[in-house]
Write a protein that binds this ligand. Structure first.
Ligand SMILES: Cc1cc2nc3c(=O)[nH]c(=O)nc-3n(C[C@H](O)[C@H](O)[C@H](O)COP(=O)(O)OP(=O)(O)OC[C@H]3O[C@@H](n4cnc5c(N)ncnc54)[C@H](O)[C@@H]3O)c2cc1C
Length: 378
């Protein structure tokens, strides 16, 4: 039987970044991806924002991996030519009631190690974003935007150059613990199933990461890692109004961080989008419901009063792999070496929602350190 060193499930930014961390090595690194190209899941359906690390509780993986990951991503993009631009972001208090929330965010972000945060007065906000309405704002100069598609391609190329094999249209369908590792069964492009042995298995399967964990026998409810998908839609702003905002404009976030609130993001071409909203959805449909335009407009007009109904057109949608039940408090990334489940050699990454794009390189480093510290890999 064929035997490989590490099998990584999922060729999104996380799986590819993990594979890349193992570099040139004697043992075969294999990435299985169920669709025909990399990064077609969550990795290509998001706001493409390189977050600074403001929102997340101090000491959480989200906070530390975001701060570390954004620095790693900047260095990676500078070295490889993947477009990344620090356009800065304002989090706007739309009424005096929200001012103290900004001060809390300022303290939280600074404690997380976010550099150069500053509270802007109403006048300073007007100077920076003349068309944005607000009483004051938190300014994060190093928040940026990235071309996520180019990032995925570059990560894929680096993995292949280092000798990893990426099998597309190949789905992991069964996983069984053996004495020396795992027996993996996959369905290939021709629909045939085949099995191979792998010493380690790393689960970076995005929206299906809980399903993959349960293939190994993990009770995802007991482990607290069942995924409750939360959809987020975007609307595009008409070209005539794109120039009225220069950076990223966010509201004060919702209490339970279901999302960061409908915000205005620019992409690298200068286009302006609003989104994402947040609602539970079991369907994997990426359609945008045009009837949601009114709610977007009402929410966005608190900060962007120049918007009119005719300015919005449905754009795209993404689905967040949340491990919090609707209405419950936000959860940290779930990253676990499953020794206590009798599955030494299996690492699960589940609930890798935002800031997972920002953190992909630090997530890769974190997992490879975990593997090496456990003595599982040279
Ligand atoms: C609406 C939205 C906005 C976001 N905005 C931001 C942002 O601005 N900044 C930020 O940092 N983060 C953001 N995120 C989060 C970020 O996009 C994700 O954290 C990140 O892309 C997760 O990548 P991934 O590799 O884990 O998942 P994916 O890209 O989904 O990759 C997982 C892969 O696993 C494959 N797979 C699944 N099951 C199997 C199987 N059994 N066998 C083989 N392959 C399998 C899938 O096909 C998929 O390609 C946002 C997310 C959403 C939904």
């Amino acid at each position: 039987m064929i035997e490989v060193g590490i099998t990584i499930i999922g060729a999104g930014v996380v799986g590819l970044a993990v594979a890349r961390e193992f570099g040139f090595c004697a043992e075969q690194i294999l990435v299985l991806e169920k669709v025909s190209a990399p990064g077609k899941g969550i990795s290509s359906r998001n706001s493409e924002v390189v977050h600074a690390g403001i929102y997340y509780p101090e000491g959480s993986l989200k906070a530390s991996l975001c701060v570390e990951g954004s620095a790693m991503l900047r260095a990676f993009c500078a070295a490889t030519g993947v477009p990344l631009k620090e356009i800065g972001k304002v989090i706007v208090a739309a009424s005096p009631k929200e001012e103290h929330a900004l001060e809390d965010l300022y303290r939280k972000g600074s404690a997380n190690g976010v550099r150069d945060l500053r509270i802007l007065s109403g006048k300073e906000l007007k100077e920076r974003e003349p068309n944005v309405r607000g009483v004051c704002a938190l300014f994060s100069p190093h928040t940026g935007i990235i071309d996520s598609h180019r990032l995925v391609r570059r990560l894929e190329i680096q993995c292949l150059e280092q000798g990893a094999a990426i099998l597309y249209r190949t789905t992991l369908t069964a996983l069984e613990k053996t004495i020396s590792g795992f027996l993996c069964t996959a369905r290939g492009p021709d629909g045939e199933h085949y099995s191979f042995a792998s010493r380690l298995v790393i689960n970076a399967a995005g929206l299906d990461a809980d399903t993959v964990a349960s293939l190994a026998g993990i009770d995802v409810d007991a482990a607290g890692c069942r995924i409750y998908p939360v959809k987020g839609e975007y609307f595009r702003v008409s070209p005539a109004k794109q120039g009225l905002v220069s950076g990223l404009v966010y509201p004060v976030p919702e209490q339970n961080l279901m999302g960061l609130g409908v915000h205005a993001t620019k992409d690298l071409s200068g286009s302006l989008r609003l989104g994402p909203n947040a609602f539970p959805s079991e369907s994997r449909s990426y359609d945008v419901d045009p009837s949601h335009a009114q709610a977007f407009l009402e929410s966005a007009r608190r900060m962007l009063p120049f918007l009119e109904p005719a300015d919005l057109a449905p754009d795209m949608a993404g689905i967040r792999p949340k491990i919090q039940r609707p209405g419950e408090p936000a959860q940290d990334f779930f990253i676990r070496h499953e020794t206590e489940q009798g599955l030494a050699g299996m690492i699960n990454l589940i609930g890798i929602e935002s800031p997972g794009l920002t953190s992909c390189l630090s997530l890769g480093r974190y997992v490879s350190d975990m593997v090496r510290e456990a003595g599982l890999f040279p």
